[in-house]
Design a protein around this ligand. Structure first.
Ligand code: 6R9
Length: 651
């Protein structure tokens, strides 16, 4: 019986590439053959053809000291030159690099020549501010062109950027500034979101009040929101008065391939975010290779749009580095999808004739909820390829995306990867792979993925287990900033020299990979990683809280949602008369401490938490409760009646 149901639920739809698409496709079967025949030779070829090296490399991979990999390490290049100057030198200076759309409807088109000019000015300004090679620069900006300029200016002078998502709180910003010991922060007065200006500079001021390191010498402020800001004349500088007047002459130096490029913080299983470190040559090679082949990029005619914010890895690899290395023309949008009307994204696709769209399942599901009449009001016929990233895309959302947005016949690629992997690892290649809704499908050429059981034995054929990269890859993380031990423990200790991704997966009878979600205490809310431990510590930091447990509960729109169970301190219970008031206060508290994306959907005030005899909270049971399921096996609880008490309190 069960087997029958399983079979009925199994996704059996398959979509062959259309002959017209296949005929013009960038990728072909030969990529797989080449990578299979000589994996390292394949990556060396990609690095040589996709990038410009000031000093050619002779060594492809040094894996003599795992897990510390070195790729192309005797070669030298400048990442910003690869993204800018070389296109201008090739006569493409007039090609539009950025088609920027502000939320209020203002817009700017910036050519490669103009972007190069802006980056040179910003590089000179940073140098004037004393920023040198290896120095860290925190970037806390809205989705405006200056965010791209700031990142590339750091890359150009060999400084390391740490972009902090503009939705993060002062506390989160302060801890990231401290951890990276940033000497400069680049921000804006404010940016537009949901029809209003949200302040950024005031958050930076607050963060710098909290940051303990005192490492920040200067704050460079872009004028965008025109909101009033306080000014520290010894520390703060306007972007337009510095970058705007700086020289546009700047000779870029070549750096070693392993020169650090950026740090990006991501949630782990413990409370403290990890500063994932990426370097230059290998990262740019795989970002460019995947961007070109997975998105079938024809830079001379495509208009590409990745909706991610630069505060996330997708914004690093597929808004900044991949597309610009490939000389693409791309749309950048500042605001929210529903401002000032729910068709805003589709209006942008129509306005700029977007041909490649890369977004997240959570966005697709929220559009599904609104109905097809909204996208149908716009001309979306320019679209010829759709991409998805951030979490598993359920087959129904895949089909809706292909039909309602894509008109029914264009490829949809589901791309699996992580902040740590730097670039796409598993995806169909459009024009080559038969597409299967719901599956991420196959490792990209040159990437080796396996599924292992808990003991490290490979699971052959069908069956679920843990997703592992069995060979180093060019864009792999090179470490966790300042914490080599944590780097080894988190990713490499479980399976020897194989990379443990933290995701569960299974393979079907065709060998296609299906991602099953995180196997650790990391939640995925709207494609953003949040750690249960981090939200729990934030809740416990509130004076009312005695104990807290957080789970990720299935949510129709956001994939998972944060649900918290909190025990109030006995000393507080008498003051807090209304539990809903306490919940609201705690929800707000988390949003202020971490950022709005971490705000729990629900906070339940309870008297007890389910614990094992050794005192471990059994989150699995709380998840059952949060998802409205029957409570699972409670036999390992210290007190087996506790779940009844908690259920009664929650309902
Ligand atoms: C790029 C990005 C990484 C985690 C990853 C996994 C989930 C991302 C996915 C996916 C299923 C996909 N994830 N893409 N799960 N199918 N196509 O999202 O990086 O923010 O570091 O998140 O997201 O669980 O481990 P990051």
């Amino acid at each position: 019986m069960n087997a029958q149901i399983d079979h009925a639920l199994e996704e059996i739809r398959r979509f062959r590439p259309s002959p017209e698409f296949a005929a013009q496709a960038v990728a072909d079967e030969g990529l797989y053959d080449a990578a299979r025949a000589d994996r390292l030779g394949f990556w060396a070829d990609q690095a040589r053809t996709l990038l410009q090296w000031e000093k050619p490399f002779t060594r492809t991979l040094d894996w003599s000291n795992p897990p510390f990999a070195k790729w192309f390490d005797d070669g030298e290049l400048n990442v910003a030159v690869n993204c800018l100057d070389r296109h201008v030198e090739a006569g493409l200076g007039d090609r539009v690099a950025l088609l920027w759309e502000g939320e209020p409807g203002d817009s700017r088109a910036i050519t490669y020549a103009e972007l190069t000019d802006a980056v040179k000015r910003a590089a000179n300004t940073l140098t004037d501010l004393g920023v040198g090679e290896h120095d860290r620069v925190a970037i806390y900006l809205p989705m405006i062109p200056e965010a791209v300029v700031a990142m590339l200016a750091c890359a150009r002078i060999g400084a390391i950027h740490s972009v902090v998502f503009g939705g993060f709180s002062a506390d989160s910003l302060a801890s990231r500034i401290d951890d990276a010991e940033a000497s400069v922060v680049i921000t804006a007065d404010g940016g537009y979101r949901k029809g209003r200006v949200f302040p950024l500079k005031p958050v930076v001021d607050e963060a710098l009040g909290k940051a303990e390191g005192g490492t920040v010498r200067n704050v460079l402020v872009v004028k965008r929101g025109e909101n009033d800001v306080e000014w520290d004349a010894d520390r703060d500088l306007w972007w337009h008065e510095t970058v705007g007047t700086a020289s546009n002459e700047h000779k870029a130096k070549a750096f070693e391939a392993e020169h650090p490029l950026f740090i990006l913080y991501t949630s782990g299983t413990t409370g403290k975010p990890k500063g994932i470190l990426h370097t230059s040559g290998g990262y740019l090679t795989q970002a460019a290779f995947t961007h070109k082949n997975v998105f079938d990029l024809h830079p001379e005619r495509d208009v590409y749009w990745c909706t991610a914010d630069v505060g996330w890895i997708t914004g690093h690899s597929y808004v900044v580095y991949g597309p610009l290395a490939n000389g693409a023309t791309q749309v950048i949008y500042e605001g929210t999808p529903d401002t000032p009307h729910p068709g805003r994204w589709w209006e942008i696709v129509e306005k700029y004739k977007v041909s490649i769209l890369y977004t997240a399942p959570t966005a697709i599901r929220s559009f599904m909820k609104l109905g097809r009449q909204i996208p149908h009001e716009f001309n979306l016929r320019s679209l010829r390829l759709l991409g998805s990233v951030g979490e598993p895309i359920n087959p129904e959302a895949w089909i809706w995306y292909r039909h309602v947005i894509g008109g029914g016949s264009i490829p949809v690629v589901d791309t699996w990867w992580q902040t740590e992997t730097g670039a796409i690892m598993i995806s169909a290649l459009p024009g080559v792979t038969d597409l299967k809704p719901g599956a991420a499908q196959v490792p990209v050429p040159g990437v080796s993925i396996s599924i292992l059981d808990d003991d490290g034995a490979e699971i052959h054929g069908e069956g679920g287990g843990l997703l592992v990269a069995t060979e180093p890859w060019p864009s792999m993380l090179r470490g966790i900033w300042g914490d080599p031990e944590r780097f080894k423990e988190t990713y490499w200790e479980k399976f020897g020299d194989k990379y443990f991704a933290g995701d569960g997966a299974r393979r079907d009878e065709d060998g296609d990979f299906w991602l099953l979600g995180r196997v650790d205490d990391v939640m995925n809310v709207s494609g953003h990683r949040l750690s249960t431990a981090e939200i729990e510590s934030s809740l416990v930091a509130h004076p009312w809280t005695a104990e807290a447990a957080v789970v990720g509960a299935a949510d129709e729109t956001t994939g998972q949602a944060v649900v918290a169970f909190v025990i109030l301190k006995a000393s507080q219970v008498s003051h807090v008369t209304d539990p809903s008031e306490a919940s609201e206060e705690l929800r707000k508290h988390v949003a202020t401490q971490i950022g709005a994306i971490a705000r729990p959907r629900q906070v339940f005030i309870v008297n007890e938490l389910p614990k094992t005899r050794s005192g471990k909270i059994m989150r699995r049971l709380l998840r059952d409760l949060a998802e409205g399921r029957e409570i699972g096996d409670t036999t390992t609880l210290a007190d087996t009646s506790i779940m009844q008490v908690i259920s009664a309190q929650v309902r």
